[in-house]
Design a protein around this ligand. Structure first.
Ligand SMILES: *[C@@H]1O[C@H](CO)[C@@H](O)[C@H](O)[C@H]1NC(C)=O
Ligand SMILES: *[C@@H]1O[C@H](CO)[C@@H](O)[C@H](O)[C@H]1NC(C)=O
Ligand SMILES: *[C@@H]1O[C@H](CO)[C@@H](O)[C@H](O)[C@H]1NC(C)=O
Ligand SMILES: *[C@@H]1O[C@H](CO)[C@@H](O)[C@H](O)[C@H]1NC(C)=O
Length: 469
């Protein structure tokens, strides 16, 4: 656009004006800075907005190679065509072959321009972005890479979980946060922290901590990092990136965790941290309950979403998103019919909550691919043009959900209170009856967590992208 030939002060000013104007024009009507009001996301001064979303961790990676940018454009076009309005993606690639950050504080400009391009395309297609800042797992670096950097600098760190408490590593991470948030997009000219296309920042993909199963270590880290993000970008929303595992704190339902064990996080307690604006869960009943039957997996799914929605409303008063869910297509284990049923069940539960004014107000399936991206297939991919039935289910859901957008948040709240008042009258006296076993041996938990991590690593060998075990 008008960015190519600056010359003299007047021309620069003109360029600046055009940039501001084009930035404003590029923002599709539905895309304004998203805020939070109670359990609802709001936009444009108190109007509700709901999210029908997808994961595409690969946007920056693919867009960093200009000849492949058409795939990013196609993905956004297909997504927008099916009413999707949220993409969750990686704003990190720590070390490795395709680094955004090749060493602490050293950035690859081509990768950054890939992220610039992805953000600009999201904006053009009216799709919000949830940008994740690092990984718990070692795909694209993550906490293990950060700890390795600190060791290379001569610091003695015991395990990858020292990521959460090492002063040196926390310094590296904060520098990454600052670098990304203050980045000025080379396509739009808008700083990331000023761009309403961005729904918010996720501190880490799926924080877990074997070193401290009770969740205290992750808790302290989130309590430090969420306010740090806010100190640089006070406008965007922040979330921790949790999968929803319950921990040791008050109001936690550890018995609902897969295998009933600790993963080093507290769903309620951590989402209460200052600076955390909304809660998240992930949902992989097939992998989490590996070997169990369809009925058990369905029961788990129902309990998982219900209990988190209940706790979010009761203890947090914030919105809740299912930021990852999926079903692995594997010969003899699950076929598309079963996958589509799962998809429908998740989307129906989101819609039911949203329509009833509940806190579960959106989700993002794992993961969207374009046709011809075979090397990124991981068994979870949904390729909209090649998967008519999934595309119909998703498109249908997006349209239904979009009809709920634009309500006055006060009216939604009043309706919810009336509904719950009536509900309480009917159920008065019934107790929630959650129990908690007190004979947990942390050592056994840690062992089981390791076993499951190992299982995830092994199963990721079957997926070429290895980003989603
Ligand atoms: C971080 O936590 C680990 C595991 O609990 C511990 O060994 C280490 O000493 C802690 N480091 C700091 C700096 O507190
Ligand atoms: C779901 O919750 C019910 C009632 O709280 C419990 O009896 C059942 O075991 C739970 N199922 C799963 C799979 O967690
Ligand atoms: C998918 O698997 C289920 C359960 O094994 C089976 O009943 C169904 O016929 C399969 N559908 C297709 C299209 O293969
Ligand atoms: C689309 O949504 C409507 C309303 O809930 C439902 O009746 C219909 O069966 C859905 N169609 C598909 C293909 O999911």
């Amino acid at each position: 656009m008008a960015r190519s030939r600056p010359g003299g002060l007047a021309a620069s000013l003109l360029v600046l004006l055009c940039l501001v104007a084009s930035a404003a024009a590029a923002a599709t009507p539905g895309v304004g800075l998203v805020g939070v009001d109670g359990t609802q996301f709001v936009v444009g001064g108190g109007k509700t907005v709901y999210f029908s979303g997808f994961n595409a961790y690969w946007l920056m990676l693919v867009a960093s190679d200009p000849p492949r940018r058409g795939q990013v454009v196609a993905a956004f076009r297909q997504a927008a065509g099916h009413g999707l309005n949220l993409a969750r993606t990686w704003a990190f690639s720590d070390g490795g072959d395709t680094p955004l950050q090749s060493a602490p504080g050293v950035y690859d400009e081509a990768m950054f321009q890939g992220l610039d391009f992805a953000i600009a395309e999201a904006r053009r297609h009216g799709i919000y972005l949830l940008l994740c800042l690092t990984n718990n797992f070692h795909d694209f670096g993550g906490k293990r890479q950060y700890v390795a950097w600190a060791r290379e600098a001569g610091h003695h760190l015991a395990t990858a979980d020292d990521f959460f408490n090492s002063t040196v590593v926390k310094g590296y991470y904060k520098n990454h946060v600052k670098t990304v948030l203050t980045r000025v997009n080379t396509v739009t000219g808008v700083a990331y922290r000023d761009d309403p296309t961005i729904l918010g920042w996720e501190l880490m993909n799926e924080p877990r901590c074997d070193a401290d199963p009770t969740g205290a270590m992750v808790q302290a880290w989130v309590e430090e990092m969420a306010p740090y993000v806010k100190s640089i970008d006070g406008d965007h929303l922040v979330t921790a990136g949790l999968e929803g595992f319950y921990g040791d704190g008050a109001h936690e339902s550890k018995d609902l965790n897969p295998w009933g064990i600790y993963y080093g996080t507290n769903f309620v307690e951590t989402h209460r941290a200052h600076g955390v604006d909304f809660a998240t869960i992930h949902l992989y009943p097939d992998v989490w309950l590996w070997g169990s039957g369809a009925a058990a997996q369905l029961a788990f799914f129902r309990n998982w979403t219900r209990s988190h929605a209940r706790d979010t409303e009761l203890y947090l008063g914030k919105p809740l998103l299912v930021t990852e869910y999926g079903k692995f297509l594997w010969d003899g284990v699950a076929n598309r019919t079963q996958r589509d049923r799962f998809l429908g069940q998740v989307l129906d539960s989101i819609y039911a909550s949203a329509a009833g004014g509940g806190p579960l107000v959106g989700g993002a399936f794992w993961q969207l691919l374009d046709p011809g991206m075979d090397t990124l297939r991981d068994g979870y991919e949904i390729i909209l043009p090649e998967d008519q039935r999934a595309a119909t289910i998703i498109g249908n859901h997006s349209r239904q959900l979009a009809e709920l957008n634009g309500q006055d948040v006060e009216a939604v709240r009043r309706r919810r209170r009336r509904r719950r008042g009536a509900h309480r009258k009917v159920h008065v006296g019934s107790s929630s009856g959650r129990s908690r076993s007190s004979s947990d041996t942390p050592r056994l938990h840690a062992l089981l967590v390791r076993f499951i991590s190992l299982f995830r690593s092994i199963s990721s060998l079957f997926s070429p992208a290895a980003s989603r075990p």
